[in-house]
Design a protein around this ligand. Structure first.
Ligand SMILES: NC(=O)c1ccc[n+]([C@@H]2O[C@H](COP(=O)([O-])OP(=O)(O)OC[C@H]3O[C@@H](n4cnc5c(N)ncnc54)[C@H](O)[C@@H]3O)[C@@H](O)[C@H]2O)c1
Ligand SMILES: O=C(O)[C@H](O)[C@H](O)COP(=O)(O)O
Length: 379
Protein backbone atom coordinates (compact mmCIF):
# COMPACT_ATOMS: atom_id res chain seq x y z
CA UNK A 1 0.00 0.00 0.00
CA UNK A 2 1.23 3.53 -0.60
CA UNK A 3 2.05 5.57 2.42
CA UNK A 4 -0.74 7.17 4.38
CA UNK A 5 -1.83 10.55 2.91
CA UNK A 6 -1.22 9.58 -0.68
CA UNK A 7 -3.64 6.64 -0.85
CA UNK A 8 -6.64 6.97 -3.12
CA UNK A 9 -9.61 5.84 -1.07
CA UNK A 10 -12.91 5.29 -2.87
CA UNK A 11 -15.94 4.90 -0.62
CA UNK A 12 -19.70 4.52 -1.03
CA UNK A 13 -21.44 7.86 -0.42
CA UNK A 14 -23.91 6.01 1.83
CA UNK A 15 -21.32 5.31 4.56
CA UNK A 16 -21.99 7.69 7.47
CA UNK A 17 -18.92 9.50 8.86
CA UNK A 18 -16.55 8.00 6.24
CA UNK A 19 -15.31 11.48 5.24
CA UNK A 20 -14.58 12.31 8.89
CA UNK A 21 -13.01 8.99 9.86
CA UNK A 22 -10.76 8.68 6.81
CA UNK A 23 -9.85 12.38 6.69
CA UNK A 24 -6.08 12.81 6.44
CA UNK A 25 -5.53 9.23 5.27
CA UNK A 26 -5.36 10.06 1.58
CA UNK A 27 -7.46 11.38 -1.29
CA UNK A 28 -11.10 10.59 -0.65
CA UNK A 29 -13.54 9.85 -3.47
CA UNK A 30 -17.20 9.17 -2.61
CA UNK A 31 -19.20 7.27 -5.25
CA UNK A 32 -22.76 6.09 -5.92
CA UNK A 33 -22.72 2.36 -5.17
CA UNK A 34 -25.14 1.17 -7.83
CA UNK A 35 -23.39 2.87 -10.75
CA UNK A 36 -19.71 2.61 -9.83
CA UNK A 37 -17.79 1.93 -13.07
CA UNK A 38 -14.50 0.06 -13.49
CA UNK A 39 -12.81 2.95 -15.30
CA UNK A 40 -13.32 5.28 -12.34
CA UNK A 41 -11.18 3.03 -10.12
CA UNK A 42 -8.00 2.95 -12.18
CA UNK A 43 -5.92 4.71 -9.52
CA UNK A 44 -7.72 3.22 -6.49
CA UNK A 45 -5.68 1.83 -3.57
CA UNK A 46 -8.62 1.23 -1.24
CA UNK A 47 -12.25 0.46 -2.15
CA UNK A 48 -14.99 0.61 0.48
CA UNK A 49 -18.43 -0.54 -0.67
CA UNK A 50 -21.90 -1.40 0.57
CA UNK A 51 -24.05 -4.31 -0.60
CA UNK A 52 -25.24 -2.78 -3.85
CA UNK A 53 -21.81 -2.83 -5.51
CA UNK A 54 -20.76 -6.09 -7.14
CA UNK A 55 -17.01 -6.41 -6.56
CA UNK A 56 -15.45 -8.79 -9.06
CA UNK A 57 -12.98 -9.03 -11.91
CA UNK A 58 -15.15 -6.86 -14.16
CA UNK A 59 -14.91 -4.01 -11.63
CA UNK A 60 -11.27 -4.35 -10.60
CA UNK A 61 -9.37 -5.77 -13.57
CA UNK A 62 -8.09 -2.29 -14.50
CA UNK A 63 -7.16 -1.24 -10.95
CA UNK A 64 -3.56 -2.47 -10.62
CA UNK A 65 -2.84 -0.75 -7.28
CA UNK A 66 -5.82 -1.89 -5.29
CA UNK A 67 -4.76 -3.59 -2.10
CA UNK A 68 -7.78 -3.36 0.19
CA UNK A 69 -11.49 -3.95 -0.34
CA UNK A 70 -13.98 -3.59 2.49
CA UNK A 71 -17.74 -3.80 2.72
CA UNK A 72 -19.43 -1.84 5.51
CA UNK A 73 -22.09 -4.56 5.74
CA UNK A 74 -22.66 -7.94 7.32
CA UNK A 75 -23.54 -9.75 4.11
CA UNK A 76 -20.78 -10.23 1.52
CA UNK A 77 -22.56 -12.17 -1.20
CA UNK A 78 -21.80 -9.24 -3.56
CA UNK A 79 -18.04 -9.83 -3.26
CA UNK A 80 -16.08 -12.31 -5.36
CA UNK A 81 -13.68 -13.27 -2.61
CA UNK A 82 -11.87 -15.87 -4.73
CA UNK A 83 -10.98 -13.14 -7.19
CA UNK A 84 -9.69 -10.86 -4.41
CA UNK A 85 -7.59 -13.71 -3.03
CA UNK A 86 -6.18 -14.40 -6.49
CA UNK A 87 -5.06 -10.75 -6.64
CA UNK A 88 -3.74 -10.82 -3.06
CA UNK A 89 -6.18 -8.04 -2.12
CA UNK A 90 -7.02 -7.82 1.57
CA UNK A 91 -10.76 -8.10 2.23
CA UNK A 92 -12.84 -7.35 5.28
CA UNK A 93 -16.57 -7.12 5.97
CA UNK A 94 -18.27 -5.72 9.07
CA UNK A 95 -19.68 -8.73 10.93
CA UNK A 96 -22.43 -7.86 13.37
CA UNK A 97 -22.33 -4.12 12.60
CA UNK A 98 -26.10 -3.81 12.18
CA UNK A 99 -27.29 -7.02 13.88
CA UNK A 100 -28.94 -5.06 16.70
CA UNK A 101 -30.73 -2.87 14.18
CA UNK A 102 -32.20 -5.93 12.44
CA UNK A 103 -33.26 -7.48 15.76
CA UNK A 104 -35.01 -4.21 16.64
CA UNK A 105 -36.75 -4.19 13.25
CA UNK A 106 -38.07 -7.69 13.97
CA UNK A 107 -39.16 -6.72 17.47
CA UNK A 108 -40.92 -3.59 16.23
CA UNK A 109 -42.72 -5.72 13.60
CA UNK A 110 -43.84 -8.20 16.22
CA UNK A 111 -45.13 -5.44 18.48
CA UNK A 112 -47.07 -3.86 15.60
CA UNK A 113 -48.57 -7.22 14.55
CA UNK A 114 -49.49 -8.13 18.14
CA UNK A 115 -51.45 -4.90 18.39
CA UNK A 116 -53.00 -5.19 14.91
CA UNK A 117 -54.21 -8.76 15.45
CA UNK A 118 -54.67 -8.55 19.22
CA UNK A 119 -52.47 -11.35 20.46
CA UNK A 120 -49.96 -11.53 23.26
CA UNK A 121 -46.35 -12.03 22.23
CA UNK A 122 -45.96 -14.16 25.33
CA UNK A 123 -48.20 -16.81 23.73
CA UNK A 124 -46.04 -17.09 20.61
CA UNK A 125 -42.93 -19.11 19.81
CA UNK A 126 -40.42 -17.54 17.43
CA UNK A 127 -38.41 -19.79 15.11
CA UNK A 128 -35.04 -18.25 14.28
CA UNK A 129 -33.31 -19.60 11.18
CA UNK A 130 -29.63 -18.68 11.36
CA UNK A 131 -28.28 -18.18 14.87
CA UNK A 132 -25.28 -15.98 14.10
CA UNK A 133 -24.94 -12.34 15.17
CA UNK A 134 -28.41 -11.21 14.15
CA UNK A 135 -30.31 -14.33 15.20
CA UNK A 136 -28.51 -14.23 18.54
CA UNK A 137 -29.26 -10.54 19.10
CA UNK A 138 -32.92 -11.29 18.43
CA UNK A 139 -32.93 -14.28 20.77
CA UNK A 140 -31.42 -12.13 23.54
CA UNK A 141 -34.24 -9.61 23.21
CA UNK A 142 -36.84 -12.38 23.22
CA UNK A 143 -35.20 -13.91 26.30
CA UNK A 144 -35.35 -10.59 28.10
CA UNK A 145 -39.05 -10.29 27.28
CA UNK A 146 -39.92 -13.87 28.24
CA UNK A 147 -40.89 -14.84 24.68
CA UNK A 148 -40.01 -18.42 23.74
CA UNK A 149 -37.98 -19.25 20.64
CA UNK A 150 -36.29 -22.11 18.81
CA UNK A 151 -33.03 -21.92 16.86
CA UNK A 152 -32.05 -23.67 13.65
CA UNK A 153 -28.45 -23.41 12.47
CA UNK A 154 -26.86 -26.63 11.21
CA UNK A 155 -23.36 -25.14 11.28
CA UNK A 156 -23.47 -23.88 14.85
CA UNK A 157 -25.35 -26.99 16.00
CA UNK A 158 -22.21 -28.95 15.13
CA UNK A 159 -19.86 -26.55 16.90
CA UNK A 160 -18.52 -27.77 20.24
CA UNK A 161 -18.13 -24.15 21.34
CA UNK A 162 -21.84 -23.39 20.99
CA UNK A 163 -23.82 -25.01 23.78
CA UNK A 164 -27.22 -23.59 22.91
CA UNK A 165 -30.10 -25.96 22.19
CA UNK A 166 -30.82 -26.26 18.47
CA UNK A 167 -33.95 -27.59 16.80
CA UNK A 168 -34.52 -29.15 13.41
CA UNK A 169 -35.54 -27.08 10.41
CA UNK A 170 -39.02 -28.61 10.46
CA UNK A 171 -39.47 -27.75 14.15
CA UNK A 172 -38.45 -24.15 13.57
CA UNK A 173 -40.60 -23.83 10.46
CA UNK A 174 -43.61 -24.91 12.55
CA UNK A 175 -43.18 -22.03 15.07
CA UNK A 176 -45.82 -19.28 15.23
CA UNK A 177 -43.28 -16.77 13.91
CA UNK A 178 -40.46 -17.73 11.52
CA UNK A 179 -37.66 -15.17 11.21
CA UNK A 180 -34.86 -15.62 8.67
CA UNK A 181 -31.28 -14.60 9.53
CA UNK A 182 -29.02 -16.52 7.15
CA UNK A 183 -26.52 -15.35 4.54
CA UNK A 184 -27.28 -15.86 0.87
CA UNK A 185 -25.36 -18.97 -0.19
CA UNK A 186 -25.60 -20.95 -3.40
CA UNK A 187 -23.60 -24.03 -2.50
CA UNK A 188 -22.13 -26.00 0.39
CA UNK A 189 -23.99 -28.44 2.65
CA UNK A 190 -26.82 -26.05 3.49
CA UNK A 191 -27.33 -23.50 0.72
CA UNK A 192 -29.89 -20.84 1.55
CA UNK A 193 -30.93 -19.83 -1.97
CA UNK A 194 -34.69 -20.56 -2.08
CA UNK A 195 -34.47 -22.27 1.30
CA UNK A 196 -38.16 -21.42 1.45
CA UNK A 197 -39.15 -22.94 -1.87
CA UNK A 198 -42.65 -23.67 -3.11
CA UNK A 199 -42.92 -26.92 -1.14
CA UNK A 200 -41.84 -25.39 2.19
CA UNK A 201 -44.00 -22.32 1.66
CA UNK A 202 -47.03 -24.55 0.96
CA UNK A 203 -46.56 -26.21 4.34
CA UNK A 204 -46.90 -22.95 6.31
CA UNK A 205 -50.05 -22.76 8.44
CA UNK A 206 -52.53 -19.96 7.82
CA UNK A 207 -51.89 -18.48 11.28
CA UNK A 208 -48.09 -18.20 11.00
CA UNK A 209 -45.98 -15.08 10.62
CA UNK A 210 -42.99 -15.10 8.23
CA UNK A 211 -40.30 -12.43 8.51
CA UNK A 212 -37.48 -12.00 6.00
CA UNK A 213 -34.84 -9.44 6.93
CA UNK A 214 -31.79 -11.29 5.59
CA UNK A 215 -31.58 -11.69 1.81
CA UNK A 216 -34.47 -11.73 -0.67
CA UNK A 217 -33.27 -14.85 -2.47
CA UNK A 218 -33.77 -17.00 0.64
CA UNK A 219 -37.49 -17.07 -0.27
CA UNK A 220 -38.75 -17.97 -3.74
CA UNK A 221 -40.70 -14.72 -4.20
CA UNK A 222 -42.76 -16.00 -7.16
CA UNK A 223 -43.81 -19.08 -5.18
CA UNK A 224 -44.71 -16.85 -2.24
CA UNK A 225 -46.80 -14.62 -4.51
CA UNK A 226 -48.64 -17.66 -5.91
CA UNK A 227 -49.33 -18.91 -2.39
CA UNK A 228 -50.82 -15.55 -1.39
CA UNK A 229 -52.79 -15.28 -4.65
CA UNK A 230 -54.39 -18.62 -3.79
CA UNK A 231 -55.68 -16.98 -0.60
CA UNK A 232 -53.22 -18.30 2.01
CA UNK A 233 -53.40 -16.01 5.05
CA UNK A 234 -49.78 -16.36 6.24
CA UNK A 235 -48.75 -12.96 7.66
CA UNK A 236 -45.74 -11.48 5.88
CA UNK A 237 -43.04 -9.05 6.98
CA UNK A 238 -40.66 -8.44 4.08
CA UNK A 239 -37.62 -6.19 4.27
CA UNK A 240 -35.61 -7.89 1.54
CA UNK A 241 -36.65 -9.00 -1.93
CA UNK A 242 -35.42 -11.09 -4.79
CA UNK A 243 -33.80 -9.05 -7.53
CA UNK A 244 -33.48 -5.73 -5.66
CA UNK A 245 -33.94 -2.96 -6.66
CA UNK A 246 -36.48 -4.41 -9.14
CA UNK A 247 -38.76 -6.11 -6.66
CA UNK A 248 -41.88 -8.19 -7.39
CA UNK A 249 -44.30 -5.35 -6.74
CA UNK A 250 -47.42 -7.59 -6.79
CA UNK A 251 -46.17 -9.18 -3.58
CA UNK A 252 -46.22 -5.92 -1.62
CA UNK A 253 -50.00 -5.80 -1.33
CA UNK A 254 -49.91 -9.20 0.39
CA UNK A 255 -47.43 -8.03 3.05
CA UNK A 256 -48.47 -6.73 6.43
CA UNK A 257 -45.18 -4.90 6.65
CA UNK A 258 -43.07 -4.18 3.57
CA UNK A 259 -39.85 -2.16 3.61
CA UNK A 260 -36.91 -1.32 1.33
CA UNK A 261 -34.06 -3.38 2.83
CA UNK A 262 -33.65 -1.01 5.75
CA UNK A 263 -33.79 -3.40 8.71
CA UNK A 264 -30.11 -2.76 9.35
CA UNK A 265 -30.33 0.98 8.74
CA UNK A 266 -30.13 2.36 12.27
CA UNK A 267 -27.59 5.18 12.35
CA UNK A 268 -25.47 3.13 14.74
CA UNK A 269 -25.70 0.05 12.51
CA UNK A 270 -24.55 1.82 9.37
CA UNK A 271 -21.90 3.90 11.12
CA UNK A 272 -20.48 0.89 12.96
CA UNK A 273 -19.82 -0.59 9.50
CA UNK A 274 -17.80 2.53 8.60
CA UNK A 275 -15.89 2.39 11.87
CA UNK A 276 -15.04 -1.30 11.43
CA UNK A 277 -13.59 -0.61 7.97
CA UNK A 278 -11.66 2.39 9.27
CA UNK A 279 -10.12 0.16 11.95
CA UNK A 280 -9.29 -2.52 9.37
CA UNK A 281 -7.58 0.00 7.03
CA UNK A 282 -5.62 1.40 9.99
CA UNK A 283 -4.44 -2.10 10.81
CA UNK A 284 -3.52 -2.73 7.18
CA UNK A 285 -1.28 0.35 6.99
CA UNK A 286 -0.05 0.04 10.57
CA UNK A 287 -1.60 3.32 11.70
CA UNK A 288 -3.00 3.84 15.20
CA UNK A 289 -6.79 4.11 15.48
CA UNK A 290 -7.52 7.75 16.30
CA UNK A 291 -11.19 8.15 15.40
CA UNK A 292 -14.09 6.67 17.31
CA UNK A 293 -17.74 6.45 16.34
CA UNK A 294 -18.87 7.54 19.76
CA UNK A 295 -17.38 10.99 19.03
CA UNK A 296 -19.57 11.46 15.96
CA UNK A 297 -22.97 10.09 16.95
CA UNK A 298 -25.42 12.90 17.77
CA UNK A 299 -27.65 12.83 20.81
CA UNK A 300 -30.89 10.94 20.10
CA UNK A 301 -34.11 12.97 19.72
CA UNK A 302 -35.50 11.12 22.73
CA UNK A 303 -32.71 10.54 25.24
CA UNK A 304 -34.55 9.45 28.32
CA UNK A 305 -37.91 7.91 29.13
CA UNK A 306 -39.33 7.57 32.61
CA UNK A 307 -41.78 4.74 33.19
CA UNK A 308 -44.59 5.48 35.62
CA UNK A 309 -45.78 1.90 35.83
CA UNK A 310 -44.45 -1.64 35.78
CA UNK A 311 -42.88 -2.87 32.56
CA UNK A 312 -45.46 -5.04 30.75
CA UNK A 313 -46.67 -5.71 27.20
CA UNK A 314 -48.49 -2.39 27.09
CA UNK A 315 -45.41 -0.42 28.06
CA UNK A 316 -43.34 -2.55 25.69
CA UNK A 317 -45.69 -1.58 22.87
CA UNK A 318 -45.47 2.11 23.74
CA UNK A 319 -41.71 2.15 24.23
CA UNK A 320 -40.85 0.25 21.07
CA UNK A 321 -43.12 2.38 18.92
CA UNK A 322 -41.76 5.58 20.46
CA UNK A 323 -38.19 4.67 19.56
CA UNK A 324 -38.67 2.79 16.29
CA UNK A 325 -42.08 2.22 14.72
CA UNK A 326 -41.60 0.06 11.62
CA UNK A 327 -44.91 1.35 10.22
CA UNK A 328 -43.10 4.56 9.26
CA UNK A 329 -40.82 2.61 6.92
CA UNK A 330 -43.70 0.52 5.61
CA UNK A 331 -45.55 3.75 4.78
CA UNK A 332 -42.54 5.28 3.02
CA UNK A 333 -42.07 2.12 0.96
CA UNK A 334 -45.69 1.91 -0.20
CA UNK A 335 -45.87 5.66 -0.91
CA UNK A 336 -42.53 6.15 -2.64
CA UNK A 337 -41.59 2.93 -4.43
CA UNK A 338 -43.41 3.65 -7.68
CA UNK A 339 -42.55 7.35 -7.81
CA UNK A 340 -38.99 7.40 -6.44
CA UNK A 341 -37.66 3.85 -6.62
CA UNK A 342 -36.11 1.39 -4.18
CA UNK A 343 -32.63 2.93 -4.02
CA UNK A 344 -33.95 6.46 -3.41
CA UNK A 345 -35.89 5.26 -0.36
CA UNK A 346 -32.74 3.68 1.03
CA UNK A 347 -30.53 6.64 0.21
CA UNK A 348 -32.85 9.14 1.90
CA UNK A 349 -33.56 6.95 4.92
CA UNK A 350 -34.49 9.12 7.93
CA UNK A 351 -32.34 8.91 11.04
CA UNK A 352 -33.28 6.01 13.24
CA UNK A 353 -31.56 5.33 16.54
CA UNK A 354 -31.06 2.02 18.29
CA UNK A 355 -32.91 1.32 21.51
CA UNK A 356 -29.59 1.39 23.37
CA UNK A 357 -29.31 5.13 22.68
CA UNK A 358 -32.26 5.73 25.01
CA UNK A 359 -32.17 5.27 28.76
CA UNK A 360 -35.32 4.19 30.55
CA UNK A 361 -35.79 4.72 34.26
CA UNK A 362 -38.58 3.47 36.43
CA UNK A 363 -39.25 4.53 39.98
CA UNK A 364 -41.48 2.55 42.29
CA UNK A 365 -42.03 2.35 46.02
CA UNK A 366 -40.52 -1.09 46.42
CA UNK A 367 -37.26 -0.91 44.48
CA UNK A 368 -36.68 2.82 44.11
CA UNK A 369 -35.28 4.03 40.81
CA UNK A 370 -34.11 1.39 38.34
CA UNK A 371 -32.45 1.99 35.01
CA UNK A 372 -33.32 -0.10 31.97
CA UNK A 373 -31.89 -0.06 28.52
CA UNK A 374 -34.42 -0.54 25.79
CA UNK A 375 -32.57 -3.73 24.93
CA UNK A 376 -34.78 -4.75 27.87
CA UNK A 377 -31.99 -5.83 30.11
CA UNK A 378 -32.09 -4.32 33.54
CA UNK A 379 -28.84 -2.60 34.53
N1 LIG B 1 -32.03 -6.59 6.04
C1 LIG B 1 -30.90 -6.06 6.44
O1 LIG B 1 -30.80 -4.86 6.50
C2 LIG B 1 -29.76 -6.94 6.86
C3 LIG B 1 -28.87 -6.44 7.81
C4 LIG B 1 -27.83 -7.26 8.24
C5 LIG B 1 -27.66 -8.53 7.70
N2 LIG B 1 -28.52 -8.97 6.76
C6 LIG B 1 -28.38 -10.33 6.20
O2 LIG B 1 -28.56 -11.25 7.27
C7 LIG B 1 -27.60 -12.27 7.17
C8 LIG B 1 -27.33 -12.83 8.55
O3 LIG B 1 -26.69 -11.85 9.34
P1 LIG B 1 -25.86 -12.27 10.63
O4 LIG B 1 -25.30 -11.05 11.20
O5 LIG B 1 -26.67 -13.10 11.56
O6 LIG B 1 -24.74 -13.16 9.97
P2 LIG B 1 -23.83 -14.23 10.69
O7 LIG B 1 -22.81 -14.65 9.70
O8 LIG B 1 -23.38 -13.74 12.01
O9 LIG B 1 -24.82 -15.46 10.96
C9 LIG B 1 -25.44 -16.19 9.94
C10 LIG B 1 -25.72 -17.57 10.50
O10 LIG B 1 -26.48 -18.30 9.52
C11 LIG B 1 -26.06 -19.66 9.63
N3 LIG B 1 -26.46 -20.38 8.43
C12 LIG B 1 -25.83 -20.43 7.23
N4 LIG B 1 -26.54 -21.24 6.39
C13 LIG B 1 -27.62 -21.68 7.09
C14 LIG B 1 -28.72 -22.51 6.76
N5 LIG B 1 -28.86 -23.09 5.57
N6 LIG B 1 -29.66 -22.72 7.72
C15 LIG B 1 -29.55 -22.15 8.94
N7 LIG B 1 -28.51 -21.38 9.32
C16 LIG B 1 -27.56 -21.14 8.39
C17 LIG B 1 -24.57 -19.57 9.84
O11 LIG B 1 -24.07 -20.78 10.43
C18 LIG B 1 -24.45 -18.39 10.77
O12 LIG B 1 -24.42 -18.78 12.13
C19 LIG B 1 -26.39 -11.59 6.51
O13 LIG B 1 -25.60 -12.52 5.81
C20 LIG B 1 -27.01 -10.60 5.60
O14 LIG B 1 -27.17 -11.17 4.32
C21 LIG B 1 -29.58 -8.22 6.33
O1 LIG C 1 -25.66 -7.11 4.96
C1 LIG C 1 -25.96 -6.06 5.53
O2 LIG C 1 -25.21 -5.57 6.41
C2 LIG C 1 -27.26 -5.36 5.26
O3 LIG C 1 -28.00 -6.03 4.31
C3 LIG C 1 -27.08 -3.91 4.97
O4 LIG C 1 -28.06 -3.19 5.66
C4 LIG C 1 -27.15 -3.61 3.51
O5 LIG C 1 -27.19 -2.21 3.31
P1 LIG C 1 -26.57 -1.59 1.97
O6 LIG C 1 -25.17 -2.04 1.93
O7 LIG C 1 -27.33 -2.18 0.83
O8 LIG C 1 -26.70 -0.14 2.13
Amino acid sequence: MPKENIMNIYYDENMPYAAQMFAGMGNLYPFAGRTLAADSLIDADVLLVRSITQVNEALLANSPNIKFVGTATIGFDHIDRDYLTSRNITFTSAPGCNATSVAEYVLSSLVVLAERYQFSLLTKTVGIIGAGNTGTRLSEKLDALGITYKLYDPFLAESVEDNRVFSTLDEVLACDVVSLHVPKTLDGDHPTFHLLNEQRLESFREDQILINACRGEVIDNQALLHLKQKGHSLTLVMDVWENEPNVLTELIAFCDIATAHIAGYSLEGKARGTEMLYQAVCQCIDKPVENFLVDYLPKPAIGHIELQQEFDEITLNQLVKMVYDVRRDDGIFRQQLASHGFDYIRKTYPVRREFSAITVTQTNNVNGTQVYQLGFTQQ
